[in-house]
Design a protein around this ligand. Sequence first.
Ligand code: UN1
Length: 504
Amino acid sequence: MGTTTKTAAATFSNYIDGAWTSASSGERFENRNPADTGELIGLFQKSSRADVNAAVDAAARAYERWRLVPAPRRAEILFRAAQILVDRKEALARDMTREMGKILDETRGDVQEAIDMTYFIAGEGRRLYGQTTPSELRDKFAMSVRQPLGVCAIITPWNFPMAIPSWKIIPALLCGNTVVFKPATYTPLSAFNFVKVLEEAGAPNGVVNLVTGGGEEIGDTLVGHPEVKVVSFTGSTDVGRVVSERAAPAFKKVHLEMGGKNVIMIMDDAKLDLAVEGCLWGGFGTTGQRCTAASRVVVHEKVYREFLDAFLPRVRSLKVGNGLDPVTQMGPSISQGQLETVMRYVKIGVDEGAKLAAGGHRLESGPYTKGFFHEPTVFVDVDRAMRIAREEIFGPVVSVLPCRSLDDAISIGNDVIYGLSASIYTQDINTAFRAMRDLYTGVFYVNAPTIGAEVHLPFGGTKATGNGHREAGTAALDVFSEWKSVYVDFSGKLQRAQIDAAEI
Ligand code: UN1
């Protein structure tokens, strides 16, 4: 068992080579509820270089057997894992809300996304299609097959503590790789829960390894380890750049999923009540802590006032609180540091001359005393040059900008360094298709907010959001496998490609 109750709080172990083990340092770190820091969720292993090395070594050994297990057999383990996740969905969601704050409806959705991904990718176990193609020569066969790469480093954020690990770990395993999983320090319990499910589903020893803890030492050791062949990272653009540079000298395959400054564009023919619902959900769902959050809303000047008159009262009436309370609509920020970032950006917005139209303050009294709560906040009359319109805040802050036309909206929409998600509200199909074509993002929505991607399509972004790879969908298989082209000559003689022409 991975847990032992010593004092009041349970202690959770690393998982290396099929054994639940303590960090070699003997040190632990605390995981606390961001809605109530008085609640200690548990103690987790503070791992160091030695633990990472042990995990990578175990994964490298396990790889030699795992890569030879037929993919449909590997998939059977994943199908079992999906079913266990279904059975445990409610408990897993509650654990997740306690450790990272988002409301229960959303943590149920997070677990559901892991279930969806696991079923979807498990199905690919019987569909790892390559190509067969006629050879240009007689008595010769040509085909391509996917091959695994080896040990994958999986480095994940706290905002989707089970969904995002599933996007990476499940396709990595299906393709025949083994993994070392380093989750964010704010959400080690959901990581533990996920790995436990994989263990119970029958993942052989060493195929999945979990190393908890923070700091540069673990990340640096993991990314730099010569046995690590793939690095899949979701997090900030700044850290993504460091990961990329660290992996570059050995030409490792690096998949990065980073920041966003996503836009909802509302045209003058839009259904405004629908757009208001979309902006509330896109802007304040997950307390604005999604890479896909709708942190910018661009509204046609003809309906600008009308939209704000409907939107602002709804923002002000959002119920903020502990995500376990069914009436709560928005939970806390993840940490003191994230809360301070939000407060810093509110000040930046005010100093830049944007108009604060809703919220703008930390919530500290009554039920909020022990958590990292902030009011849902809206700036209006924002200019595209302002920092609040350009930089990712990762909190409950929405900037509303007026625009004169579709072209103006598209120009504002594209005028940021990121390119994850964008959306348009319009009733005109021509307008919708033009915007779909011209917004340079990896995800696009019509008459829906910027959040809510489903697992069977590729997920990722352009520009500073990503590095050209996509996760989810069958695109995920391209991150975790490499193509091998195979030629079988059964002519019994030397046939020189491009030189010997086949007789007609
Ligand atoms: C993220 O914001 O980090 O599309 C991931 C969505 C979710 C995933 C978000 N399915 O909003």
